[in-house]
Design a protein around this ligand. Structure first.
Ligand SMILES: [Zn+2]
Length: 232
């Protein structure tokens, strides 16, 4: 059982939250007894378990929360790979059927533990980025040709709240690096979506008609994007 952390405030109702550390945070009015709070928490047990499961799932695919050790799950283009760390002076990442072999120049000594973690992250991020540039270059070329459009350039980076964006005036497209964890069809959809903004700026009915023309099943793909990690 996780901890229940109670905070008393000048409020009228009791609020229960499950945070990323998997503890239960309760905010309650001053007059409420601890015993009553525990009863309320008990009565919300199913909901709390569900929240915890969701958080655990989220943590398991968010690589930034991991130490990156042998056996860790790494997602790449919709497939789950097992991480295999190999000590090597020459750094590289080589992927095979189920395994991502990471050749990394780490030092055994305990005192290098943080530096080693940083090194592994950097290597993985650089690899994702390199593969992303190749993939999006191909996809953008393909769909520019199909849609008879032209762009001046594109950027791939980690975006917090969107999958991509299109600067219509500069004809520049930005894509979220996180897309590399999803099936390729999702990246295709985002590429078509951003390119379609060069024809129609807003998310109007006309806009989605353009998308439908190039990806008739786009609604299904949008669903994959929103639920991929929840459905695993
Ligand atoms: Zn849009």
């Amino acid at each position: 059982m996780n901890e229940i952390i109670i905070e008393y405030k000048k409020i009228k109702n009791i609020y229960i939250r499950v945070k990323a550390d998997l503890n239960i945070y309760v905010t309650a009015p001053k007059r409420v007894s601890k015993k009553y709070i525990y009863e309320i928490v008990e009565s919300r047990k199913d909901w709390i378990e569900e929240r915890k499961e969701n958080i655990k799932k989220k943590n398991s695919y968010d690589i930034s929360k991991k130490e990156l050790i042998n056996g860790d799950k790494i997602y790449y283009l919709g497939k789950c790979y097992e991480l295999n760390i190999l000590k090597s002076k020459k750094e590289n990442i080589i992927i095979n059927e189920h395994i991502i072999n990471m050749y990394v120049n780490i030092k055994e000594d305990e005192k290098f533990i943080d530096a080693n973690i940083k090194k592994k992250y950097k290597l993985l991020e650089t690899w994702y980025k390199k593969e992303a540039l190749k993939l999006f270059n191909t996809l953008l070329k393909k769909y520019c040709l199909i849609m008879s459009l032209e762009i001046k350039g594109f950027t791939v980076k980690k975006l917090k709240s969107k999958w991509g964006s299109c600067d219509i005036l500069k004809k520049h497209i930005t894509l979220n690096l996180e897309l590399m964890k999803y099936p390729i069809i999702v990246s295709e959809y985002i590429v078509i979506h951003e390119l379609a903004h060069l024809i129609e700026a807003n998310h109007s009915k006309k806009f989605y008609e353009i998308i439908k023309k190039y990806m008739p099943e786009y609604k299904k793909v949008k669903k994959i994007l929103n639920s991929f990690f929840n459905d695993l």
